[in-house]
Design a protein. Structure first.
Lengths: 548, 175
């Protein structure tokens, strides 16, 4: 393909990626998602004192980048939080393009980049102003660089790779975990390679270096992360055998594909193309339906059947189906076992981890965090698959196929920011009246005090006041009333209750260990009619009650 | 006229171009849509120290007590607002947040202000109750002048839906 065409296509893809990721920022004019308010708390000390407060946050690189962008480019940190991440995370499309070009070809790479720009859950996770969005972007670069060093042995790229490892470890804990896990799966396959050379030892060197770095950082820099992993393993104690079996099945399938499953070679070859397409499509849709039926049982969430139409079927058709085709084509064309396994490893590592957690009912809800990582690993295969479908059959139909891919890209792009009705009642957007109410509190409510709210509103209040806030969990009155559906005694330590419209319409957002439920109308009626409770503030969207 | 050859490369560029156009059209459409919940009012009673604390709870019959009341306008334009102070008993007739109807109680007092956009007005309100009793709920309803209707209305339009706002304190009146 001519250079100008590639540049044009990449420019269009980057613009699309940026456009779709900027939608929430443009529409709400506020940062999207809950976690950034906690991140924002870390930035105050950096700006005021030039360094972090006593303990650094778990992703210092992310915060330093935002502060740096604010200082260099001029806008306020809050504006940078709202708009900066899409510009940085859209760079992932270039890294996916470069890697796919290496393992497949130019056209597959462009399609893979397009899907990276639009793939719903991946777009969502790389839009939020949180360390994970940058972690995913750096991981995409890492995947490309490691493959380049393995195939070319470039020492300059090796040092760049080491630098990226340090950046990933200091950016996001979950990304570091998946990087380590994938390297651990990759090392034996690379070491078993018949053409073992010094450059082939790169994953082993990187693995031990990153293991050392991660351990030091997690245990001494941010001990909260190691505690978090400890909680997960403790909570999974009763179900770890089932979880381990599920994870091992994933790993077995991954390794089995690499080390000779010669029958696969007949797939998508010769006259087998049509039947292979039908089998693959049937499997993709069947897998999606089976997952959507099993998932609610595994995680004890009441997921509406509408979720299947909204999520699983579009993803099965637009990603899983071409992704599987891509896997088969990749398998057929690649001879060396490590090269076969390399792109698959980035899919099966997070998949195995998700399966391990799914077995534990209370932590199963965390598995959604794995999807963006699975997607990142799958994009090259999806591009490969789409390219194969385009190339196969009558050339006159190519335009129709091209339009279909474009439509699929838009379709999955539209799934990026689901409304609360399709997100177990979580409203991820914030509105001006809520931020205004949170800014009102420190001016009119004397300290010290305690607030009861939910996780969504509570993190904003915690940011603006620095006071103790109950976040809609077991200790929160609002959390308990929403769970039980009946009125209970308000905890003595609670002085103010902050209620948002989202709590009444959707859910009182608590922890992810239990499904959040809406606040019953009887709760506000009780608060309005109780003589010991003052209705101290109202903007309709937010109401603040003061308990005597 | 040169005929466009539909090669594999051209198809990919076309697909990418079309996808970009579709996505960017969606972004442009989003940009033209009105922003949600940007227009609103705030109302809040404050205690003697102009804080949302230490509200009077016990007053003597006929003796006035002073509190402060804050009203903020974030409607994106100048607003003519009216605050109705209504006194009820045991919250038997409070405003309805679902039907957006005000309390049926006859206003005890009314205060009017012109507020610029983003302006806050904090003003004193003196309340005296001439009958002893427990659990008087003093309600503060925010009404605004509706040009179309040609009068004050309780509910206001935030750009997408109608809303209304009110606050309340409680008083026990002793002889």
């Amino acid at each position: 393909m001519r250079k100008w065409k590639i540049l044009l296509a990449l420019t269009l893809i980057y613009t699309s990626s940026l456009g779709v990721r900027l939608i929430p920022s443009i529409y709400y004019d506020l940062p999207y998602g809950y976690d950034f308010w906690e991140g924002l708390m870390h930035l105050g000390p950096i700006i005021e004192n030039g360094h972090f407060s006593s303990a650094p946050p778990q992703g210092p690189i992310f915060y330093l980048l935002l502060v740096g962008a604010s200082l260099i480019l001029g806008p306020k940190v809050f504006t940078v939080f709202t708009y900066f991440v899409p510009f940085a995370s859209s760079a992932a499309i270039f890294f996916v393009y470069l890697f796919t070009r290496k393992i497949a070809n130019e056209n597959s790479a462009l399609i893979a980049a397009l899907i990276t720009a639009a793939a719903g859950i991946f777009v969502h996770q790389t839009t939020l102003p949180v360390p994970e969005s940058l972690g995913l972007t750096f991981l995409a670069l890492f995947i490309y660089l490691l493959y380049t060093v393995l195939t070319e042995g470039d020492m300059r790229k090796f040092f760049l790779l080491m630098l990226i490892v340090i950046i990933i470890v200091l950016t996001h804990h979950l990304t570091s975990f998946f990087m380590l896990l994938t390297l651990a799966l990759l090392c034996p396959v690379v070491l078993a390679s018949k053409k073992l050379s010094l450059k082939m030892l790169t994953p082993v060197i990187i693995f031990f270096a990153s293991l050392l770095l991660t351990s030091v950082w997690w245990f001494f820099g941010i001990p909260v992360v190691s505690m978090f992993f400890e909680f997960i393993f403790e909570a999974s104690a009763e179900s770890w055998i089932l979880g381990a079996i599920l994870a091992l099945i994933c790993l077995f399938l991954g390794y089995r594909v690499v080390f000779g499953w010669e029958k696969l070679r007949t797939y998508f070859a010769g006259r087998e193309i049509k039947i292979s397409l039908i089998i693959t499509l049937t499997f993709a849709i069947g897998f999606a339906i089976a997952t959507s039926l099993w998932l609610p049982m595994a995680i004890e969430y009441h997921l509406s059947p509408l979720y299947q139409i909204y999520y699983t079927l579009p993803y099965a058709a637009a990603l899983l189906f071409p992704g599987l085709i891509g896997l088969f084509i990749h398998y057929n064309k690649t001879k060396e076992s490590w090269k076969r396994f390399y792109p698959i490893a980035w899919i099966i590592a997070p998949l195995a981890s998700a399966c391990f957690l799914l077995a534990s009912s209370s932590w199963g809800a965390l598995s959604y965090r794995h999807l963006a990582f699975i997607f990142l690993g799958a994009f090259p295969m999806v591009g490969y698959g789409y390219h194969f479908i385009c190339k196969t059959g009558d050339p006159k139909l190519r335009l129709v196929k091209g339009f279909t891919i474009a439509y699929f890209a838009l379709l999955i792009g539209l799934l990026s920011f689901p409304p609360p009705q399709f997100l177990v009642g979580l409203d991820e957007a914030y509105y001006y009246p809520e931020v205004q109410a949170a800014n009102w509190i420190p001016n009119y409510i004397p300290k010290p005090t305690t607030f009861d709210s939910d996780h969504r509103m509570g993190v904003v209040i915690r940011f603006t006041t620095g006071q103790r806030v109950y976040l809609g969990n077991e200790t929160s009155w609002l959390g308990e009333v929403s769970q039980m559906g009946s009125i209970t005694q308000i905890n003595q330590t609670i002085k103010y209750l902050v209620i948002t419209e989202a709590m009444l319409k959707y859910t009182v957002v608590g922890g992810f260990l239990r499904e959040s439920k809406p606040l019953p109308a009887t709760a506000t009626d009780y608060l309005n009619r109780s003589p010991s409770i003052t209705r101290a503030y109202s903007s309709n969207l937010v109401t603040i009650y003061k308990k005597s | 006229m040169a005929r466009l050859e539909l090669t594999e490369d051209t198809t990919v560029v076309l697909a990418v171009g079309l996808a970009a156009m579709l996505v960017l059209a969606t972004v442009a459409y989003t940009y033209t849509q009105p922003r949600p919940y940007k227009h609103f009012f705030e109302i809040y009673p404050l205690g003697p120290g102009k804080m949302a604390a230490n509200y009077p709870t016990k007053i003597e019959v006929g003796k006035p007590t002073n509190i402060w009341l804050g009203v903020s306008n974030h409607m994106g334009r100048v607003e003519y607002v009216l605050v109705y102070v209504k006194i009820g008993a045991n919250a038997t007739a409070i405003p309805n947040d679902i039907t957006l109807t005000p309390s049926p109680v006859t206003p005890y007092k009314q205060i009017e202000y012109f507020l610029m956009d983003n302006q806050t007005q904090i003003f004193p309100v003196s309340i005296a109750i001439n009958k002893p009793g427990l659990n008087y709920n003093v309600m503060f309803e925010l009404w605004h002048y509706n040009e179309t209707a040609g009068g004050f209305r309780y509910a206001w339009h935030d750009g997408s839906v109608y809303r209304a706002t009110w606050s309340q304190i409680w008083l026990n009146v002793t002889a």
